[in-house]
Design a protein around this ligand. Structure first.
Ligand SMILES: Nc1ncnc2c1ncn2[C@@H]1O[C@H](COP(=O)(O)OP(=O)(O)OP(=O)(O)O)[C@@H](O)[C@H]1O
Ligand SMILES: [Mg+2]
Length: 265
């Protein structure tokens, strides 16, 4: 059971010898195989939260647990996808996806099977031997997502993974992520600035306040999605026309706007 749990998590950073409270008593529980999106003003501490789950950053007080264990270091059961496609430029698509599995000592035949599977799922067939500089931004990000999924991590952490993509590619990636998430459900923490993306992808959306970041509101999108049967629609545009979707999006927008208004910079 790969749950994520923030218990009374606060984080203080030092700047110019002064303490700045960045995160203020964050409480959040992500259930096993739940997809939770976090939205919030720039600088409210979203990336810091994710880095704590990844084991790259630690709370000043409180605790972050994955599967009931306090996080003390990075681990292969938690994979991270960053905004900037962090591929190895000197390795081709196949080698990039296989890298983590090789490091882990997975048998060659199994690596082949897994890499092939995710190459197919992420629509990269025919590009196995291409190098990152020969791919579009969207394709590079598909490789990064395939690489994260290929490790079959229990927990996937994605920090604005589509932030650098153009609008059309972004929509394609969102639909592919939904497809992948249905086929291979994982516990996902997904940071985005795009409200529509959060509502479209997530089971629940967490809205954070401006600095110091607190949990302002948590919206259960799944209940509404199931009630309104958004799954009847195949494309994001169709879902976005639904009155219930528009209502949620507007609600989140207003909540975020308030935070921008209150911010001290
Ligand atoms: N290692 C660090 N040392 C000092 N300050 C830090 C450090 N990491 C983050 N901060 C500060 O903590 C605050 C939150 O940063 P964080 O990157 O978590 O925000 P964010 O919500 O992800 O913002 P954005 O939406 O712009 O990506 C910022 O004010 C940042 O300057
Ligand atoms: Mg960030």
């Amino acid at each position: 059971m790969s749950t994520i749990e923030f218990q009374q998590v606060s984080r203080v950073f030092k700047r110019d010898g002064q303490d700045f409270l960045t995160l203020d008593q964050i409480n959040l529980q992500v259930a096993d195989k739940e997809f939770v999106a976090i939205v919030g003003p720039s600088g409210c501490g979203k990336t810091t939260c994710m880095r704590m789950v990844a084991g790259l950053e630690f709370p000043s007080s409180g605790s972050v647990k994955v599967a009931g264990q306090e996080v003390t270091r990075p681990g292969p059961e938690r994979a991270v996808v960053f905004q900037q496609f962090a591929l190895f430029p000197w390795k081709n698509v196949h080698e990039n996806i296989a890298f983590g599995l090789r490091q882990r000592g997975t048998p060659a035949a199994e690596i082949e099977r897994t890499v092939k599977h995710y190459i197919q799922l992420m629509n990269l067939v025919g590009y196995e031997t291409a190098y990152p500089h020969q791919l579009s931004g969207g394709m590079q990000q598909r490789v990064a997502i395939a690489r994260a999924y290929a490790l079959e991590p229990q927990v996937l952490l994605m920090d604005e993974p589509f932030g650098a993509l153009d609008a059309q590619t972004r929509v394609v990636m969102q639909e592919e992520l939904v497809r992948l998430a249905r086929k291979n459900p994982r516990t996902v923490l997904f940071i985005t600035h795009a409200v529509e993306e959060a509502v479209y992808l997530a089971d629940r959306v967490v809205i954070m306040t401006s600095r110091p970041g607190r949990v302002k509101e948590i919206i259960d999108v799944r209940a509404i999605r199931e009630q309104e049967r958004w799954d009847r629609h195949s494309t994001i545009e169709d879902v976005m026309d639904e009155a219930s979707f528009v209502h949620l999006r507007t609600h989140i927008w207003k909540s975020l706007r308030q935070e921008h208004g209150d911010s001290d910079h």
